[in-house]
Ligand binder design. Sequence first.
Ligand SMILES: [Zn+2]
Length: 293
Amino acid sequence: MKQALVFCAAALACLCLCGRPHKRPAEAGIAVFVSIVPQKYFVDKISGGRVNCLVMVPPGTNVHSYEPHPAQMSLLSTARAYFAVGLEFEEPWLPKFASMAPGMLVVHTDRLVRKLPAVDNDEHAPANGGRGLDPHIWLSPELVKLQASSIAAGLARIDTAHALAYKKNCSLFFAEIDSLERQLRAILPCDSGGRRKAFLVFHPTWGYFAKDYCLKQVSIEVEGKEPSPRTMRAILDTARYYKIHTVFVQPEFSRRSAEVIARELGAGVVEADGLAYDWKNTLLSVARKIGEQ
Ligand SMILES: [Zn+2]
């Protein structure tokens, strides 16, 4: 908790030193944008409902190939801040967003995050036109703290009158994350010995989560597509080696090969929505499913 306060305070001190505060907005109806739904959860926690947080990528959509809708562009003109998370579509679109909303503060919430290399063969690998880094930083509690401190600093900058409230809420959110981490560690202890617990998933969204909790993520897709029969056999061998009993499916990706693999293994198919709003309970339910193995 103390560490959380120091961290949030440091983020806000940097804000004071690093940039002039933007003009104070009208008291009512501050709108901000985020790229994906879990970020809305973070913003809501830190703003305490003081801002109206809009989401760019609708639920059930592939976040890596998203194209903003024209109607969203006009909504953007009302936004005071855009909290980017480092997804591919942001790079070409952020300058367009900024031109739609002059004076909108753009905050790169992945700025403090050291990213892991992308999984071989997935759509984020350079060979497949990706940037070579794993973009799914919102599924690691520790990394969410870094994103949260950027969000708190950004909110304080567009709404200086409530900077202290954002700082306090950020500290409370850090304490909540600390408690979540304790629960996750109890479910998935790193020092249990023996072979790492593993899980199967179509798209490799859970890499940071796997690293944090000493798990092995095995992904089914190859270059963003369904695997060949040969690759399916290799995945089945790996799954048998790790005694995987659960195959996770994601609402925005194909279930077909996951279901075929689950049938072969006699495993259960469970939805793991890494883009759900209820971030905390999503992490807990995924941990419990893996922990049961
Ligand atoms: Zn992804």
